[in-house]
Design a protein. Structure first.
Length: 384
C-alpha cells in the first residue's frame, strides 16, 4: 500500500552526509575510460546556412535540445534537498534560450521521492553515491520546457526503500512521475517501468504549426540485467520495437559507465537497423566523440557523451555540452547540429572556457561564439 506523502513538512533526516563536508565533497570524479576511436574527418560542413541563432520563435526549424547527467541531490541525503532545479536553470539562462528548444531531452540521474529509508550502499566518501530528488524538481523542469526524461541509468535504483511509498527507487520514481503526469500530460519518460520496459515511448507534438511524431527510449549498458530498467541484455528487443514504429524522429538516450564500445555498437544498430536519427549518450561525466552515420535518407548522429549538466553532486568540470539539433519542419531532416560547451559547478551551470571543437569527431565543425544572458558561450555547428 502506498503511504500518504506530505509536502512542506520537515522530516528528520534518516541518512545524510554531514553538511560541513558539502563544500569539499560534491560528487563523482570524471571517468577517463577509453573511447572507441573515431574515423578520420570524412564529412565537411556545407556553406549554408550559417550558424542558426538561438531563436525558438523562428518557424524555419524544429529545435531539439539535450543535456547530460542531471538531478538535484546531495549524495545520501534524506529528506531530499530543497527543490530548486528551476531556480538554478533561471540563474544559468534567465531567458532560457541557451538550453530551451521546442523539444528537450534530459538524462535524470536520481531516484525521485521525499525520503529514503535504506540506500543501495552506505556512504563512503569518494566511492559511493546515492541520489534522491524531490518530485517538485520535475514540475520546475516542466515549467521551463524540459518534458522528456531518460531514466535508465545507475542512480534510479539508489533508494532501496522509499519512506513514503514503501517501494524501491525505480517504482517510487514511476509512482511520482505518473502522479505528475496526471496534471502535466506533456511529461514523457522512459527507461524504467513496472512492465513492458522495452516498449518505446511515442508522443506527438505540434511545433510551429507542424506536427511531429517522436519515438524515444532510454538504455543503460552498465548491467547485463536490471529489474524494471532497460539494460544491456535488452538492446535487440528495444531496437526491434523501434523498427516497428513510424515516427518523424527517433531518439535513443544511452547511459554507460564502462568503455563506450557497447554504446557505439548499439547506437550504430539503432541508426542502421531501426532508421534511428539521434543518440544522446551520458555517463562518463565529460564530453566524448561525436559521430555521423550515413543512412538511406540523410544522416544519423551519435553523441557518445554530453557530459554533465545540472547536478549538485557532480564534480565541477568544463567538458560538457548542450546538444542542439535543427530539423526542416516539413521533411523532418537534419539541417544543422550544434554543441554549446558549459561548466557544471555544484548548484550552478555557467559558460565553459573550453571550445567544443576539442571534441573528437568525424565531421568538420565550425567554431562560433554566442553572447546570451551576459555570458559568452563557446559553440560549434555543422550544416548537413
Amino acid at each position: 500500500m502506498i503511504k500518504k506523502y506530505f509536502i512542506g513538512i520537515s522530516f528528520i533526516a534518516l541518512t545524510s552526509v554531514n553538511a560541513s563536508t558539502k563544500d569539499i565533497d560534491f560528487g563523482e570524479s570524471s571517468i577517463n575510460k577509453p573511447s572507441t576511436p573515431v574515423q578520420k574527418k570524412w564529412l565537411k560542413s556545407k556553406t549554408h546556412p550559417g550558424f542558426i541563432p538561438l531563436n525558438t520563435n523562428s518557424i524555419d526549424f524544429i529545435d531539439i535540445r539535450a543535456y547530460g547527467d542531471s538531478g538535484w541531490s546531495w549524495t545520501h541525503e534524506s529528506p531530499a534537498m530543497s527543490p530548486e532545479f528551476g531556480l538554478a536553470l533561471d540563474r544559468f539562462s534567465p531567458s532560457g534560450e541557451i538550453y530551451r528548444g521546442d523539444i528537450n531531452f534530459i538524462n535524470w540521474e536520481s531516484t525521485i521521492g521525499f525520503s529514503c529509508n535504506e540506500w543501495h550502499a552506505p556512504y563512503v566518501r569518494g566511492r559511493s553515491y546515492a541520489f534522491l530528488a524531490n518530485p517538485e524538481n520535475i514540475n520546475q523542469a516542466l515549467d521551463r520546457g524540459i518534458e522528456n526524461f531518460a531514466l535508465s541509468n545507475n542512480h534510479t535504483r539508489d533508494c532501496v526503500e522509499n519512506l513514503e511509498t514503501g517501494l524501491n527507487g525505480q517504482l517510487s520514481t514511476i509512482y511520482y512521475l505518473n502522479d505528475i503526469k496526471n496534471n502535466n500530460p506533456t511529461l514523457n519518460f522512459h527507461g524504467i517501468s513496472k512492465q513492458n520496459k522495452n516498449n518505446v515511448t511515442v508522443f506527438n507534438k505540434e511545433v510551429k504549426g507542424n506536427k511531429i511524431t517522436v519515438a524515444f527510449a532510454s538504455y543503460y549498458t552498465g548491467r547485463e540485467s536490471c529489474p524494471h530498467s532497460v539494460c544491456s541484455e535488452n538492446d535487440k528487443e528495444l531496437i526491434e520495437n523501434f523498427k516497428k514504429i513510424q515516427a518523424d524522429l527517433k531518439v535513443l538516450m544511452i547511459h554507460t559507465m564502462s568503455d563506450q564500445s557497447k554504446l557505439v555498437s548499439v547506437a550504430k544498430d539503432f541508426i542502421n537497423k531501426a532508421n534511428g536519427d539521434i543518440v544522446f549518450g551520458s555517463g562518463p561525466h565529460r564530453w566524448k566523440p561525436i559521430r555521423v552515420i550515413k543512412k538511406n535518407k540523410g544522416y544519423g548522429i551519435i553523441f557518445d557523451s554530453l557530459g554533465n549538466f545540472l547536478h549538485p553532486s557532480m564534480a565541477s568540470q568544463s567538458k560538457n555540452i548542450i546538444a542542439r539539433i535543427l530539423l526542416n519542419p516539413k521533411t523532418k531532416r537534419l539541417v544543422q547540429v550544434q554543441a554549446v560547451s558549459v561548466r557544471n559547478e555544484q548548484n550552478n551551470v555557467i559558460a565553459s572556457e573550453l571550445s567544443p571543437t576539442l571534441i573528437d569527431s568525424e565531421i568538420e565543425f565550425i567554431p562560433h561564439e554566442i553572447s546570451s544572458d551576459n555570458q559568452v558561450f563557446k559553440s560549434m555547428y555543422f550544416n548537413f
